[in-house]
Ligand binder design. Structure first.
Ligand SMILES: [Zn+2]
Length: 346
């Protein structure tokens, strides 16, 4: 099937420039992960790369503590941006990374909203105790569907298709050892090697049909699972995961499983933990913005709670690092948290 997935009427949340508009967010949040997702998938409401850059440049003018930097270019020559909030070099630092996979966009939408909050005082005092680095939309070519391969089989309708791979059809999240691609080079040479980073959350989207304990999940999380990672780094990763789990899972709309991930160090969750001693957390949110597998794609009715899930994740983790409470987290929940499994299709 091409381009046209579902035919039901769209009553989803409107998202413009990463900002949820009006009250529909609340009802979308209320729908939660039990919502099936079978409605039109239209990419036109997603923030484009140019809109994102425009937003970031305006925020930099508005926000005294924010600094915007270009750390490199994509295959197609798009500038890759780093958003910096460095208030005190002695404070711990967290890096948030979105859209290594270009078709996983709601994490970027939520991250832009988080950036806006940092400037409006909604997160007052948070920057006193933590430095925040953000690389949004690392794979901008994939996000814009500006690639050197065919997207004919991709299912979303709208102005553009979005693809996991970069313009040269490479999976950036398998390039963290060789670093052949300009996007991964920019991240390693101009961010990971340059700053003293303690924590990182790598934000992704997974398929739409994963469940835990018989209930569809809003996402899944995992710490570094390579045996080469320092045990202390892994423990701090688990603490970071505890902060996120305790923030999201008790909400009515949040339900998290354990991601079943491998030990390859070509993946950022593992490789970056080993190479830089950074405590990493993978967060896979439910459903992609586009794909050639229909079951991976989730319609826009779910945008509200997934964007909120990102905003809350970023806010809670930055807060816990800022006030030091991250170091008192109980990590024993990891021992009982069930791995998610894929719901059998009807
Ligand atoms: Zn991904």
């Amino acid at each position: 099937m091409k381009k046209k997935l579902f035919s039901l009427t769209v009553v989803g949340t409107l998202v413009l420039g990463g900002i949820s508009v009006g009250s529909p967010t609340v009802s979308a949040v209320g729908n939660g992960p039990e919502y099936g997702g079978n409605e039109t998938v239209n990419t036109s409401i997603l923030t484009t790369y140019d809109e994102m850059v425009d937003f970031l440049e305006k925020q930099e003018v508005k926000q005294e503590q924010m600094e915007l930097e270009v750390i490199g270019q994509t295959v197609k020559g798009r500038d890759i941006h780093l958003v910096k909030y460095i208030t005190n070099p002695d404070n711990p630092t967290i890096l948030y990374l979105t859209q290594q996979h270009g078709n996983e966009q709601l994490t970027t939408e939520g991250t832009l909203e988080f950036i806006k909050h940092l400037g409006t005082g909604k997160t007052k005092g948070i920057l006193d105790g933590v430095n925040i680095l953000i690389v949004p939309m690392l794979n901008a070519d994939g996000a814009m569907g500006d690639v050197n391969f065919s997207l004919d089989d991709y299912v979303a309708s709208g102005d553009r298709n979005l693809t996991r791979y970069n313009a040269d059809e490479v999976d950036l999240n398998r390039d963290h050892v060789d670093r052949i691609q300009p996007e991964t080079q920019a991240l390693h040479n101009n961010v990971l090697s340059l700053y003293d980073i303690d924590y990182m959350i790598d934000l992704h989207h997974q398929g739409a049909q994963s469940e835990r304990d018989g209930e569809l999940v809003s996402g899944s999380i995992l710490y570094p699972t390579t045996e080469n990672a320092d045990p202390e780094v892994v423990e701090k990763s688990k603490q970071l995961g505890a902060v996120v789990f305790n923030e999201i899972d008790p909400t009515g709309w949040g339900h998290l499983g354990k991601y079943n991930g491998g030990s390859a160090e070509t993946i950022s969750r593992n490789g970056i933990a080993v190479e830089y001693g950074i405590s990493t957390l993978l967060f896979e949110m439910r459903g992609m913005s586009d794909h050639y597998y229909e079951s991976y794609v989730l319609g826009q009715k779910s945008n509200g709670y997934l964007i909120k899930q990102t905003v809350n994740t970023l806010t809670a983790s930055a807060e816990a690092i800022s006030d030091g409470s991250i170091e008192e987290q109980d990590i024993s929940f990891w021992d009982t948290l069930a791995y998610q499994n894929t719901r059998a299709s009807e």
